[in-house]
Design a protein around this ligand. Structure first.
Ligand SMILES: Nc1ncnc2c1ncn2[C@@H]1O[C@H](COP(=O)(O)OP(=O)(O)OP(=O)(O)O)[C@@H](O)[C@H]1O
Length: 435
């Protein structure tokens, strides 16, 4: 189970957060900032929920920022948690500074539990960037071409739409684009549209005025304002409901937003990058995605290839990288020849994220002197000879179902959509294949 550490000197706030988050992860609470380093070493949490002020009367957030920098500095040496900072509602500047300093997100107090859970879930999903953050590994022709395109369009202000299956590295591409731009000194704010409850999308993006709806006890700046001077990365844009798409389009066209409950538009200065795992053909389905918004977002389209199309060289490079990463300073064990052959022939339906997890699992659980195929815990059958795939229809159906489930992270509705069948039809096939 993942771990969350809450560091807040107010026991009531810490308790409220603990109760809201207890289903997501195992939770530890600390009140004294002096304990942070020790508890990070001992617990190795995936997410740190960090208060910004600890001394009585302090309100400038300097303590929180210093702690945040300490945590971010650990990313060079060890796995460090993704940090979500907690700020008071009026502290937009502080939230922006925290994002610039490496926090993955911020949440304003008082929060709604729904919002806190969505925010921490997104941080958990993105936890622990690789040590060389932003570095897109791989020397295949496809990756070289991708890097060249990033260098070419990174410096411009163009909107870029990043396409690719789950786990191929779309967020890493967005980070590289931001890093190559003149906005690199500003924040890069990622918003996972997939994890936002529909009712909150608008207030999340554009902010809201106090009293504009039942839970809006205080005014809150939206993501467009928080990312000012930097880049806003709209992840899983394919999940944005049509009504909100119209509002996003208006904001992009006018370069201004209107907070919920306000009638005064506010100018915004952000570069927008977007990503989706929806296949290109479906993206142009107007029932799902407004074409005018699509044309706004896709000035440049970058396609991140699935790992299986990058060739064995890239797979081996990534295996070495992540096995060394999880060995955390100790020499990484070798992978035996049989395992290497199977790993390079494996289809990696969950792409680089799946490979990274397989390396973490192997490092944690393997007992022998070298890694074997079983250590990686990859259950789907591997095609040892991918150039001659089986033509057995039953087997192919079974493979497709397994791949769709892996790609959808076990989500039945999404897997059914990937396969182009109804949920009921997918259940029948799961039953038929004993999956
Ligand atoms: N080329 C690469 N080199 C090194 N690490 C990579 C590469 N591509 C992806 N990763 C790592 O794989 C994981 C998944 O990458 P990322 O989150 O960018 O994928 P994504 O396409 O945005 O996924 P999703 O569609 O699920 O949001 C991250 O840990 C990322 O650092």
């Amino acid at each position: 189970m993942p771990g969350i550490l809450i560091l807040d000197d107010d026991p009531d706030v810490a308790l409220a957060a603990r109760l809201a988050l207890r289903r997501l992860a195992s939770i530890a609470v600390r009140q004294a900032p002096g304990e942070l380093a020790a508890v990070l070493d001992e617990m190795q949490p995936d997410v740190l929920l960090l208060d910004m002020n600890f001394s009585p009367g302090a309100s400038d957030g300097a303590q929180g920022l210093a702690l945040l920098r300490e945590v971010v500095a650990r990313q060079g040496q060890a796995v460090a948690p993704a940090v979500v900072v907690m700020t008071a509602y009026a502290e937009v500047e502080l939230a922006v500074q925290a994002l610039k300093s490496g926090a993955v997100d911020f949440i304003t107090k008082p929060w709604t539990n729904e919002r806190l859970v969505a925010c921490v879930q997104a941080a958990l999903a993105r936890r622990a960037p690789p040590p060389a953050a932003g570095e897109l590994l791989g020397d295949s022709a496809a990756m070289q071409s991708l890097r060249a395109q990033i260098a070419q369009v990174g410096a411009s202000e163009a909107s870029v739409l990043v396409l690719g299956e789950n786990g191929v590295g779309k967020e890493l591409v967005a980070r590289a684009l931001h890093g190559a731009s003149s906005r690199a000194g500003g924040p890069l704010l990622a918003v996972d549209m997939g994890s936002l409850p529909e009712a909150l999308v608008e207030s999340e993006l554009f902010g809201h005025k106090r009293g504009s709806f039942t839970d809006a006890r205080e005014s809150r700046p939206g993501r467009f304002v928080a990312a000012a001077g930097g880049t806003l990365f709209l992840d899983e844009i394919g999940n944005l409901p049509l009504a909100q798409q119209a509002k996003l389009l208006a904001a992009l066209e006018r370069r201004e937003i209107t907070p919920v409950g306000s009638d005064r538009p506010v100018p915004v200065d952000v570069r927008v990058l977007a990503a989706t795992n929806v296949p290109e053909a479906e993206l142009f389905d107007a029932r799902r995605f407004r074409p005018d918004l699509l044309y706004r977002l896709n000035t440049v389209v970058l396609r991140v290839p699935p790992l299986r199309e990058r060739g064995a060289g890239d797979i081996v490079r990534l295996l070495r990288h992540y096995l060394a990463h999880f060995a955390a300073g100790r020499p990484a064990r070798d992978v035996d020849a049989d395992a290497l052959a199977r790993l390079t022939a494996y289809r990696w339906p969950g792409n680089v994220r799946e490979l990274r997890q397989a390396c973490e699992r192997a490092t944690l659980l393997a007992r022998g002197p070298v890694f074997t195929w079983a250590d990686f815990g990859l259950v789907a059958p591997t095609a040892l000879a991918p150039e001659a795939p089986t033509l057995d229809l039953e087997q192919r159906e079974r493979d497709a179902v397994q791949a769709a489930l892996a790609q959808a992270g076990g989500n039945i509705s999404q897997a059914a959509r990937l396969l182009g069948v109804s949920r009921a039809a997918l259940y029948r096939r799961l039953d038929k294949h004993g999956l």
